[in-house]
Design a binder for this molecule. Structure first.
Ligand SMILES: Cc1cc2nc3c(=O)[nH]c(=O)nc-3n(C[C@H](O)[C@H](O)[C@H](O)COP(=O)(O)OP(=O)(O)OC[C@H]3O[C@@H](n4cnc5c(N)ncnc54)[C@H](O)[C@@H]3O)c2cc1C
Ligand code: FES
Ligand code: FES
Length: 479
């Protein structure tokens, strides 16, 4: 391991900022970027609405170098711990104007009357800025997707969408583009491969940049919480007020961020963010792509990882039913061992996995399904966007002469963990893929699960949805 660093550095207001956590300030390594920014007298544009990633009032943009270019992403600053800024440029609504000249997205928000009470406006402006930097002349779908994570309760979205259309139709020559050489030089100056080690009286925070360092730290600190995108873990602090005393933050281990097509499977780094995965999945894994389109919001997908979705083992984790249907495997590595585990064997119970104390999930392997296999994903929630599943499903089906040769019916939201409808699958095997048998199967399915009633839905509703999803699958796959 290289010499460790005790402080973090990032670019802010065109300067390198160094923060140390030596007790001279109130900053903790788990202070969120939102709380840090709000402690500045002139950076209160960033707002706190929900502190859990749902409203977007706290949206800021991070820029980092990828393939020698600056890459801009929107994030919810309420879910991001300060060390996650290391090596990046932090951009807030206060940074956008060039002197007295508003940024094109700000100017259009003014001209199109995109704001009323203004509470959501800084977050919306930052989402529009992210859109401006990533898309020229975006269509309506892209614009709406960029705004999915931003809640406005008074203006209505039409003027905001209009502002996006006009601002993003002009050539990008804003001050960030004009300053890009200088910004890259600053970022190159502060980028490091040495792990960051922060040890305060109450907290330890380790931030490796290589897989080797990550695995070494994991064996050295087996009780530390692994943080990838932190979209699950951060809520333990912001909502449950827990002090997270020992953390290994693997969010910047570049070796865990890849998508590679192998001969008979897709190999995905566990640190790959959902938005990146979505882009790769569009042409390769259509059911996964479809599900990722309604996963969280862009701000969430820009940081949330596939490894984190598996690692959280939530009964309503949206990738899990589909990964069951794909017969995915996970690679688990320690500094001395490596093993491959079927996803179904890895998920052991409610938020409980087979991960050993010295291991990390490093890779997700999705086999290429045999030709002719139908794979579908379903998510039923109260809203289409940015909502938690009430019931979700991942189904796969291979027919031979219209008889069921292989079938996987996997559900989320129906039990304490992602679960297969084993009895229903057994019933359908070798039967004709027909409405008659599907209706019989729906009765078996009804008996197979005893879902919970909670704030989201009654048990009875969940059972009905689970049955009807099977019928929908039949309707979409019958010849
Ligand atoms: C507003 C909001 C919307 C959301 N929407 C959705 C949604 O639509 N669908 C959905 O399924 N989820 C959703 N989530 C939940 C969350 O975003 C996902 O579960 C996400 O994939 C977690 O990834 P992460 O990288 O942020 O995980 P983290 O919070 O970093 O970690 C989650 C868990 O996995 C473990 N872990 C992470 N990486 C590894 C690794 N490599 N090895 C071992 N353990 C690891 C961590 O220790 C932790 O226990 C949402 C969350 C928020 C706040
Ligand atoms: S404060 Fe609501 S998303 Fe961050
Ligand atoms: S302008 Fe009031 S919430 Fe959007």
């Amino acid at each position: 391991m290289n010499e460790p660093g005790y402080h973090i550095q990032f670019v802010f207001n065109d300067k390198v900022v160094s923060l140390s956590f030596d007790g001279s300030t109130e900053l903790k390594p788990t202070t969120t970027v939102l709380n840090y920014l709000r402690s500045f007298p002139f950076h209160k544009g960033v707002k706190e609405g929900c502190a859990e990633g749902d409203c977007g009032a706290c949206t800021v943009v991070l820029a980092e170098i990828k393939n020698d270019k600056l890459h801009y992403t929107t994030i919810d600053s309420c879910l991001v711990f300060l060390p996650m800024l290391h090596g990046k440029q932090l951009i807030t609504v206060e940074n956008l104007a060039n002197g007295k000249e508003l940024h094109p997205v700000q100017q259009q928000m003014v001209e199109q009357s995109g704001s009323q009470c203004g509470y959501c406006t800084p977050g919306i402006v930052m989402s529009l800025f992210g859109l401006y930097k990533n898309h020229h002349k975006p269509n309506r779908v892209v614009i709406e997707d960029a705004l999915t994570g931003n809640l406005c309760r008074c203006t209505g979205y039409q003027p905001i969408i209009k502002a996006a259309e006009i601002a993003c139709s002009i050539e990008d020559n804003d001050k960030f583009t004009l300053n890009s050489v200088k910004t890259k030089a600053l970022l190159n100056e502060i980028n490091t491969h040495s792990p960051i080690v922060i040890e305060t009286a109450k907290q330890k925070y380790y931030k490796p940049f290589t897989l080797l360092d990550a695995l070494r730290l994991r064996s050295q600190y087996p009780n530390a919480i692994i943080v990838n995108g932190a979209t699950d873990i951060a809520l333990r602090q912001t909502k449950k007020r827990e002090l997270l005393d020992e953390i290994i933050d693997i969010s910047d281990v570049k070796e865990l961020k890849y998508f590679v097509e192998k001969q008979d499977y897709y190999s995905i780094g566990a640190g790959l963010q959902m938005e990146q995965l979505k882009l790769y999945a569009e042409k390769t894994l259509p059911a996964l792509y479809q599900m990722l389109q309604i996963f969280g919001s862009l701000q969430i997908r820009n940081v949330a990882t596939i490894g984190g979705n598996i690692g959280s083992a939530s009964p309503i984790g949206d990738t899990l039913p589909l990964l069951f249907a794909y017969k995915a495997k996970v690679k688990l590595q320690s500094s001395i061992t490596e093993r491959i585990c079927n996803i179904e064997d890895f998920i052991k119970g409610y938020r409980f996995t087979d991960l050993q104390k010295d291991e990390l999930i490093t890779e997700v392997m999705i086999p290429k399904p045999p030709v002719g296999t139908f794979i579908k994903s379903y998510k039923v929630s109260r809203r289409k966007d940015l909502d938690i599943s009430t019931v979700s499903a991942g189904f796969s089906l291979l027919l031979e002469n219209n008889k069921v040769k292989e079938i996987i019916l996997s559900y989320g939201g129906m039990a304490a963990q992602t679960i297969r409808a084993g009895k229903t699958e057994q019933f359908l095997l070798r039967k004709e893929w027909s409405r008659t048998f599907i209706e019989d199967a729906m009765e078996i399915l009804q008996e197979e699960f005893t879902p919970l009633s909670d704030a989201r839905a009654e048990a009875n509703y969940r059972s009905t949805v689970a049955r009807n999803l099977l019928l929908k699958f039949f309707a979409e796959t019958s010849l």
